[in-house]
Design a protein around this ligand. Structure first.
Ligand SMILES: Cc1cc2nc3c(=O)[nH]c(=O)nc-3n(C[C@H](O)[C@H](O)[C@H](O)COP(=O)(O)OP(=O)(O)OC[C@H]3O[C@@H](n4cnc5c(N)ncnc54)[C@H](O)[C@@H]3O)c2cc1C
Length: 389
């Protein structure tokens, strides 16, 4: 059902309160905490717990399942504020953002009771695994397979770059059915516990992106109960796509937060640092690139809010979610790059923490969907141009 999309251009009291509260909690941990978690390979559990206790990690989940009932418009605010405080959490993107949205639309009542209430409360965390080493961007080529057995299914295959598995209770895995003739057929989704026999994982060494880690996953004949199939036998790729618009909105929000933090640091530094007769921020070579980045950032924030409002209203949101993700990743990259430049040599020190923002912004020009694939989408769907692949 489509309701009238609402896009408040002036934040109301509730939004301001959420922003202030999330910012307060996240700032009390701060970027140093996030980096320590990454370096020590430990999940940011203390931060997650505080956000969960206040109801922020389930902000998007309907109240009927214990969530905040604020839709993606609410959750994207939480993601933006966390990132603006220097503690962007990919678990927020994957568990309530992607998996919560899919379960809300595709889960059975039993699955919602079993999983969605925990996601809403933040006590259950579920990572999302679609990317495969050989299929890459082409999800029609997925090779991870689900085979029917007498009492359920068996899962075999490999996934790569899967975020936040170290802190997850389970994974929502996108696979394909193998039929009785041995053919791989439709995409499907199932929930697998992280301690399921036959499931193993390897950490992928990555630069600092945030506290969460990326993993290669191996499923070797993992038993999957019939009650773990999400979206049923017929769900297919359409069911998977129910999680992809929220994913794009959440990544856009996180990039918006990173961009804000980078510009905040740059403005402070460039107002105080004097090497000639005026602060360096008075030189237009420094101020104009920062001002341009600020304009791009505000445009990206607006598109992110539009995408969330459309999604929450049940209206088509793919075009604006894609555009928001593209614009926000691009704006965040500009914000961080110009901030590094404004900081001179200090832009590279861990003390100033600006270069720490680089991969959090830059990686999102590639993940979860690359900018080339978004341009392909816009060219084909918004402009009606022919497809080349
Ligand atoms: C930090 C990080 C976190 C991630 N977290 C997750 C996660 O939690 N779960 C998950 O499932 N995945 C995750 N990913 C994977 C991510 O979604 C993929 O890396 C991304 O979709 C690109 O796929 P690929 O790496 O296989 O690139 P490829 O598909 O190999 O593409 C390589 C390049 O070719 C370009 N290209 C491919 N096809 C076309 C085309 N038709 N036209 C133009 N250009 C094209 C791409 O745009 C890209 O630039 C994560 C990745 C990163 C970096």
């Amino acid at each position: 059902m489509i309701t009238d999309p609402a896009l408040p251009l002036i934040p109301g009291d509730e939004e301001l309160h959420i922003r202030e509260s999330v910012r307060g909690i996240c700032s009390s941990f701060g970027p140093r905490y996030a980096r320590e978690c990454f370096e020590q390979g430990k999940p940011p559990s203390e931060l997650w717990q505080q956000l969960a206790e206040k109801g922020f990690v389930g902000a998007n989940i309907p109240a009927a399942w214990g969530g905040g009932g604020m839709g993606m418009s609410g959750l994207q605010i939480v993601a933006e504020e966390a990132a603006a405080a220097g503690v962007g959490l990919l678990m927020l993107v994957v568990s309530p953002g992607i998996v919560g949205s899919i379960l809300n639309l595709q889960g059975s009542e039993e699955q919602k009771e079993r999983w969605l209430t925990g996601i809403a409360a933040g006590t259950t965390k579920i990572a999302f695994a679609i990317t495969e080493p050989d299929a890459g961007t082409n999800s029609h080529n997925l090779r991870t397979e689900l085979r029917r057995t007498a009492d359920g299914y068996r899962l075999t295959g490999q996934k790569v770059f899967i975020s936040a598995v170290e802190d997850a209770d389970a994974l929502l895995v996108v696979a394909r059915f193998r039929d009785q003739d041995g053919q791989l057929t439709k995409p499907c989704m199932c929930i697998v516990d992280v301690d399921a026999p036959g499931f193993t994982r390897e950490r992928i060494p990555m630069p600092y992106i945030g506290p969460d880690t990326q993993w290669t996953l191996f499923f070797d004949d993992v038993e999957v109960g019939a009650d773990r199939l999400v979206g049923g036998q017929e769900g297919g790729l359409a069911a998977v796509f129910d999680g992809l618009n929220p994913e794009r909105i959440m990544i856009a929000a996180q990039c918006n937060g990173v961009g804000r933090l980078a510009l905040e640091k740059a403005s402070t530094y460039a107002s105080e640092r004097v090497v000639w007769s005026t602060p360096i921020g008075a030189h237009q070579g420094i101020s104009h690139p920062l001002a341009k980045a600020k304009i791009q950032l505000e445009l990206a924030r607006l598109m992110t809010q539009k995408a969330a409002a459309l999604y929450d209203a049940g209206a088509p949101a793919a075009e604006s979610a894609n555009m928001a993700k593209y614009a926000a990743a691009d704006a965040a990259t500009q914000c961080v790059d110009t901030s590094i430049q404004a900081h001179g040599g200090n832009g590279f020190t861990l003390e100033y923490g600006v270069s720490d923002l680089w991969w959090a912004a830059r990686a999102m020009r590639t993940a979860p969907v690359s900018e080339q694939m978004i341009l392909n989408y816009v060219a084909q769907h918004s402009l009606g141009l022919p497809k080349s692949y």
